[in-house]
Design a protein around this ligand. Sequence first.
Ligand code: ADP
Length: 262
Amino acid sequence: QGGAPRVEVKGRDEIAHLAAAFNAMAERREQLEHLRKAMVSDVAHELRTPLSTIRGWLEATEDGVVAPDRELISSLLEEALLLQHIIDDLQDLAMAEAGELRLRREPVEVADLLAQVATAHRAGAEQAGVTLRTRADGGLRAFADPVRLRQAAGNLVSNAVRHTPHGGAVTLHARRDGDHLLIDVADTGTGIAPADLPLVFERFWRVEKSRNRRTGGSGLGLPIARKLVEAHGGTLSATSTPGRGSIFTIRLPAGVCGEEQG
Ligand code: ADP
């Protein structure tokens, strides 16, 4: 087994209580160790996404496909800042796993947020021959952590692009639904079988198990996205039609959105 030794508990005397306390501590220690190992994998995955965006932009520049203009530089800077933020926030991510993530909330223009996510994934989408569009209802604001929200939506967009064949489209759509703010990431891709749909949010779960690292992630993008949205008090859900596409929906509660107030 390899875990800490356990003391057999018999009876209700003081020794038995002591043994029970010892066992509980040993179990907690093992849980924490497991959590720590899982965190290292999560972080590696999260670092890979912005790094590949930076690489994509640089390669496109080198090939002469993209001009090294101000927009490119600010995209690269955005991604570098995201990398920095993730590294700085290792501690916070560990806390998210333990259900104790602290968000840096501020008023966020949702249309701007969608535009930033789209810009970050534009080069990747172009390379894949996928059209990337954004649409946002007017005046939508959220009181949210913009980096976390961008990270969550970014994970969905990168999945959508990866699972959409050449000529397809990925659309980011932000709208109001009563008291809720909804962000849909819709694709015209491969879709997900109904039986697989609940499983995609499980750690390390992937449809094509044999896929290598270059063509796909490590199966952590959706669990992380879900955790980040849940930290905002929201939910992340999905609907899908095999062969037609998928829609992943971030739903944030009334407390984090409004028309005009901060
Ligand atoms: P990965 O790093 O493998 O993308 P995720 O947690 O982001 O990990 O996704 C888990 C799995 O869910 C993916 O491997 C893929 O099989 C499936 N999946 C996620 N998003 C989509 C999508 N938009 N279309 C089709 N399948 C998807």
